[in-house]
Design a protein around this ligand. Structure first.
Ligand SMILES: [Zn+2]
Length: 314
């Protein structure tokens, strides 16, 4: 095996790049802005230019690079065909073919969905280290999900495996989700969803006592922080989040029975406090065969993706 490999995690606003030794050590990381104009046509050329600059700085060439692993914010099938990345302006195309067209010297190239990559990263060197299978959910603006079984990412037929954000968990929700559905998990359990639920609760004149105020400054973090101080309404909101998310995860366990659930994304910064509420919800509904599945917090933060991208190559 060659001595180095690149991990590239493409997000809607920034692209994270990591140069690793193939022994697993992160040598350097950096980021460049994501230029999404004109259907995102600059994204892959920008990545290749940044990788070439990184190699120039270290005096190495593609001959020293085992390969490039890439995560993208959309569904990717097993052949590397992406089925739209709305955040990048991308339509449907084959990413490995496009990358090799730009840089034929790349020896090996792998691509997957960004949350799948982060899940593999956490399995390799983070919150699920030492396990062989894991299901990770990221709680941020939306909800992402990634599944790794026997240290392999499961993409699914159309790249949709693990995408639980749009599980319907409420049947009488009047507001529409951004997917067009009503009552999706991420309408309640993402950071945005928690904030939405908080605003709705505060609009009810008979709400529980609370120090929260429905102003422009209200955030999901403030709701979690208030819950940690036993604020009655905030505690109710976080308990409801844990209950709904835990319930949804029992469906995941009934399908793939992972060794561990990993909780990541911005909302997971609320830490064990939030994790315990999700676990409580999960164990309330879980069938006995998978009731004891452990939960852990993601540990690699924004670097999880580049770790997982490189792990795909090794
Ligand atoms: Zn939805």
């Amino acid at each position: 095996m060659r001595p180095y490999a690149f991990g590239v995690d493409i997000g809607g606003t920034a692209i994270k790049l990591g140069l690793f030794r193939t022994t697993g050590q992160l040598m350097e990381k950096g980021s460049i802005p994501t230029r999404t104009e004109n259907g995102g046509e600059n994204v892959l050329p920008d990545v290749m230019a940044a990788l070439n600059r990184a190699m120039d700085r270290r005096g190495i060439t593609w001959d020293h690079i085992e390969g490039v692993g890439m995560g993208v914010p959309g569904p990717v099938d097993g052949n590397g065909t992406v089925y739209q990345c709305i955040n990048l302006g991308w339509g449907v195309f084959n990413i490995p073919r496009a990358v090799r067209g730009l840089e034929p010297r790349i020896d090996r190239f792998k691509v997957t969905n960004d949350v799948n990559a982060a899940t593999l990263g956490e399995l390799w060197q983070g919150g699920a280290k030492g396990r062989r299978s894991a299901f990770m959910i990221t709680l941020g603006t939306g909800i992402g999900g990634g599944l790794v079984v026997n240290e392999r990412i499961v993409n699914g037929t159309g790249g949709g495996a693990g995408e639980i954000g749009h599980f319907r968990v409420v049947t009488d929700e009047p507001e529409a989700c951004k997917c067009g559905g009503h009552g999706c998990l991420e309408q309640y359990c993402s950071a945005t969803g928690l904030l939405r639920c908080a605003r709705r609760a505060l609009a009810d004149p008979d709400h529980l006592p609370t120090a929260l105020v429905d102003d422009e400054e209200l955030t999901a973090k403030k709701v979690c922080d208030a819950a940690k101080t036993d604020d009655p309404l905030a505690v109710r909101l976080v308990d409801e989040l844990g209950d709904r998310l835990g319930w949804a995860l029992t469906a995941v366990a009934g399908t793939c029975d992972p060794e561990v659930f990993v909780i990541g994304g911005g909302l997971s910064n609320a830490g064990r406090f939030l994790l315990e509420r999700i676990e409580t919800g999960y164990r309330r509904y879980a069938f006995h065969a998978y009731r004891d599945t452990p939960f852990s917090l993601a540990q690699l933060g924004n670097d999880a993706g580049i770790y997982g991208c490189v792990r795909m190559l090794l």
